[in-house]
Design a protein around this ligand. Structure first.
Ligand code: ADP
Length: 406
């Protein structure tokens, strides 16, 4: 805006080098005016004129206090609220700022009608609130994501655990369905074979008694009698396997079971150059069947013997253990024999799995033992290193006071 020269304004503007410092307010899109050193209007832009209703010539020379009652031009900047005189109308309420143009005595007055100022303030507050809301939402979202990640981690661990359990259950299921099928098959086989076997055994024994040792047939009949004896052994195994004998459970001392088994086994082991270490700690009673548990001991020890054909050391130990506060009895049968190769260790409990030569192994010892131990709500675990021996652990729950009120 070019200032129309008059009175003190002209003097101010004529001061050397001053023009360069006076701001051009004509292009600014807000009501603005220039105020001289004495507080009089020097000029105004179009917005200021349309707000006040005074033309620029009318404004020139007018004292500032005639238009803005509270405003005081002076050195530096000032701001405030005031009533603004409007030509032919009621005064308007405005916010104003007065800033001194650098290096001059001239000030720039800017006014903002209060309603507009309030609107701006309200918009600012609304924007600030919106921003706070968004910040809270982002914080909340962040916490949600963190929780989801933690939940996901937990779910993954749980899932892995469930999968492991599922795999174990599947293995047990396969094992138990095999056992059930074989149990049924064995029951009918035992029934069919027992009688003819008794006949064969009775007859061969009768024949052997009447034959001379040197006779041509004596050796052949002896072979038949031995074969029948082996078959009887298998039938005896199968009878247990098919559960044709009723299971009667009573409080059992596992140490007595082991000692009873060794009454039969001791001599036998000695004749195979096997040194036996019995390490039987005092253990609580278990609810069990002593005959079947003895069979487990005999099966495990017989396998240990077979794994040490050149002799070795057999250790049988018992001890009490607690898992989650529940008492268990751990019976361990360890040998210093051949060990079990990694590729077959998972199969040793399978019915009819045997690595022994034909006629020696039935492949039923461990599957029967596992079946018996499971009847006692227990487990069998095997540890083995090929070439260094094996250890079979039988873990059976102890008879707690709660389950044995009598
Ligand atoms: P069997 O003794 O009639 O073969 P089992 O079910 O008792 O049947 O054993 C299955 C197989 O497990 C055995 O043939 C043998 O390969 C292996 N095994 C069991 N116990 C031992 C052991 N203590 N040391 C080495 N191998 C063993």
């Amino acid at each position: 805006m070019r200032l129309t020269r008059n009175s003190r304004a002209e003097e101010a503007i004529d001061a050397p080098g001053l023009m360069a410092s006076i701001p051009d307010i004509s292009l600014v899109g807000a009501p603005m005016a220039l105020i001289g050193e004495g507080g009089e209007f020097l000029g105004a832009n179009r917005d200021f004129s349309s707000l006040t209703g005074f033309t620029e010539p009318e404004l020139k020379g007018m004292p500032l206090c005639m238009l803005l009652e509270n405003a005081q031009p002076g050195k530096g900047a000032s701001r405030g609220k005031s009533a603004l005189t409007i030509k032919n109308g009621p005064a308007a309420h405005v916010s104003y700022t007065i800033t001194q143009a650098p290096g001059t005595e001239i000030s720039v007055l800017t006014v903002i009608p209060r309603t507009e100022a309030r609107k701006l303030e309200e918009e600012l507050t609304a924007k600030r609130e919106e921003l706070e809301k968004r910040e809270k939402y982002i914080e909340c979202f962040r916490e949600g994501v963190l929780k989801m990640i933690t939940d996901l981690d937990r779910s993954e661990t749980e899932l892995k655990g469930t999968l492991r359990n599922l795999q174990e259950t599947q293995v047990q299921l396969v094992q138990s369905s095999k056992m059930t099928a074989l149990g049924e098959l064995s029951a009918s086989l035992v029934h069919e074979i027992s009688q003819p076997l008794t006949v064969i055994r009775g007859l061969t024994h009768g024949m052997l008694r009447t034959m001379k040792d040197s006779s041509e047939w004596h050796g052949k009949v002896r072979l038949i009698a031995d074969a029948a004896a082996r078959m009887e052994k298998i039938v005896k195994h199968l009878r247990t396997f098919s559960r044709s004998e009723p299971l009667v459970l009573s409080p059992v001392d596992i140490n007595s079971v082991v000692k009873d088994a060794f009454l039969i086994l001791n001599e036998h082991l000695l004749s195979h150059s096997i040194e036996t270490i019995l390490d039987l700690a005092p253990v609580p009673l278990a609810l069990g069947n002593p005959n079947r548990l003895e069979q487990v001991v005999i099966n495990l020890v017989t396998n240990a013997r077979d794994a040490m054909p050149q002799g070795g050391v057999l250790t049988v130990s018992t001890k009490e253990e607690k898992t989650n506060g529940n008492p268990f009895i751990r019976l361990m049968v360890r040998d210093s024999g051949s060990g079990i190769p990694d590729d077959i260790v998972g199969k040793v409990f399978d019915p009819f799995f045997t690595t022994k030569e034909s006629g020696k192994g039935t492949g039923l010892g461990l599957s029967i033992s596992l079946g018996i131990v499971r009847e006692h709500k227990g487990e069998i675990r095997v540890e083995s290193v090929k070439g260094f021996g094996s250890a079979f652990h039988v873990i059976i729950p102890a008879l707690s006071a709660a389950s044995n009120p009598g």
